[in-house]
Design a protein around this ligand. Structure first.
Ligand SMILES: NC(=O)c1ccc[n+]([C@@H]2O[C@H](COP(=O)([O-])OP(=O)(O)OC[C@H]3O[C@@H](n4cnc5c(N)ncnc54)[C@H](OP(=O)(O)O)[C@@H]3O)[C@@H](O)[C@H]2O)c1
Length: 284
C-alpha cells in the first residue's frame, strides 16, 4: 500500500467546532497528514489555545473564532478565511449541539438552537465558502465538504433528543442533495455518522462509560460498531474523515456509518457505500 494513501500535503482545511471533541481530533489527523488546518468555534480563548497546542506538534493550525449558528456568522467565517487563503480544499461542518428534554416539555428554543447549528449552518457555510471550494476543486482532485452527522440520524436513539435526531437525519439527506449539485463544480459532499463518542456533548459516553456494559451500550445507543468495543480506541484518529477526504476512491453523496479502527479496512467498502443514485463515484 502506498505510504501517501491518506496524504493531505499542500491542502487547506477548515473545521468548525475544531476546538475540542471530534473536531479537534479531525484537525489533529489532518495536520498529521500534512494539511494546513483552520479551526473555528465560538469561544476564542479555547479555539486559540487548541490551535497553539496542535501547531506545537509540527503542523500549522490557525484559529478563526466564530459563532456559525446564523447566516451572518457563516458569512463572517468565510470572510475571515478568505483573508488568509484564496482556496479551500476541505470543509468539515462539524460544530453541533444537542438538546435533551421530555416530549411534553420540549421547548421551541431547543429546536431552534439545534436545527440552526446542525442543519442550517452546514448549508449556509458551504454556500459562503463555495467560491473558495470551486477555486480548489478540479476534476482530478475535487474539493471536499464533509458533514458530521450521527448514527442518531439513521436510527432512533431512545434518548429524548428530538431536534438533534431530526437535524442529523436532515443533514444526511441534505448531504445527498448538495452532492448532486456541487459535483458539477468538482466539489464532493459526503457525511460521516459517528456512533456514541466521549465528549463534552456526549457526557453519558464520557462520564458513564465504565458502568455501562458493552451489551447495554450497544442497545442504549442502538450502535453496532465495526471494530473494537473499547471506547478508548475510538480516539485513534479520524480515519473515516481521511477516507472521505483523500483523492483516491472518491465518491459524493454518501454517508459513512460508525467510527472504528477497522471501518476503512473493509474490502470494497467505498464501492458499497456509493450506490450512485445521487452520489456517484468520481474516480479511483
Ligand atoms: N459525541 C458524540 O457521541 C457524537 C456522536 C455522533 C455525532 N456527533 C457530532 O459530532 C460533532 C462534534 O461533536 P462533539 O461530541 O465533538 O461535541 P463537543 O465536544 O461539544 O464540541 C462541539 C464543538 O462545536 C463548537 N460549537 C458549538 N456551538 C457552536 C456554534 N454555534 N458556532 C461555532 N462553533 C460551535 C464548540 O466550541 P464552542 O462551545 O466554543 O463554540 C466545540 O468546538 C457534532 O456535530 C455532533 O453532533 C457527536
Amino acid at each position: 500500500m502506498p505510504s501517501d494513501l491518506f496524504s493531505l500535503q499542500g491542502r487547506t482545511a477548515l473545521i468548525t467546532g475544531g476546538s475540542r471533541g471530534i473536531g479537534r481530533m479531525i484537525a489533529a489527523g489532518f495536520l498529521a497528514q500534512g494539511a494546513k488546518v483552520y479551526i473555528s468555534s465560538r469561544k476564542a480563548a479555547a479555539c486559540d489555545s487548541t490551535a497553539a497546542e496542535l501547531s506545537a506538534g509540527g503542523g500549522r493550525c490557525v484559529s478563526l473564532p466564530q459563532d456559525v449558528s446564523t447566516v451572518e456568522g457563516c458569512r463572517a467565517l468565510a470572510a475571515a478565511y478568505s483573508q488568509h487563503e484564496p482556496r479551500l480544499d476541505i470543509l468539515v461542518n462539524n460544530a453541533g449541539a444537542a438538546w435533551l428534554a421530555e416530549f411534553d416539555a420540549f421547548p421551541e428554543n431547543g429546536w431552534d438552537k439545534v436545527v440552526d447549528l446542525n442543519l442550517k449552518s452546514p448549508f449556509f457555510l458551504t454556500q459562503a465558502l463555495a467560491p473558495a471550494l470551486r477555486a480548489a476543486g478540479t476534476k482530478e482532485r475535487p474539493a471536499k465538504v464533509i458533514n458530521v452527522a450521527s448514527i442518531d440520524g439513521i436510527r432512533p436513539n431512545p434518548q429524548e433528543t428530538y431536534s438533534y435526531q431530526a437535524s442529523k437525519a436532515g443533514l444526511i439527506h441534505l448531504t445527498r442533495r448538495m452532492a448532486a449539485r456541487l459535483i458539477e463544480e468538482n466539489i464532493c459532499v459526503n457525511a460521516i455518522a459517528p456512533g456514541a463518542f466521549a465528549s463534552e456533548m456526549n457526557r453519558t459516553a464520557r462520564d458513564q462509560a465504565a458502568r455501562i456494559s458493552a451489551k447495554k451500550r450497544a442497545m442504549f445507543f442502538l450502535l453496532r460498531r465495526v471494530g473494537s468495543s473499547d471506547w478508548s480506541e475510538l480516539n485513534e484518529g479520524p480515519r473515516e474523515v481521511l477516507w472521505a477526504t483523500t483523492h483516491r476512491s472518491l465518491c459524493s453523496g454518501s454517508d459513512q456509518v460508525g467510527w472504528g479502527p477497522s471501518n476503512c479496512a473493509r474490502k470494497n467498502r467505498p464501492r458499497r457505500r456509493c450506490p450512485g443514485a445521487i452520489g456517484r463515484r468520481v474516480r479511483d
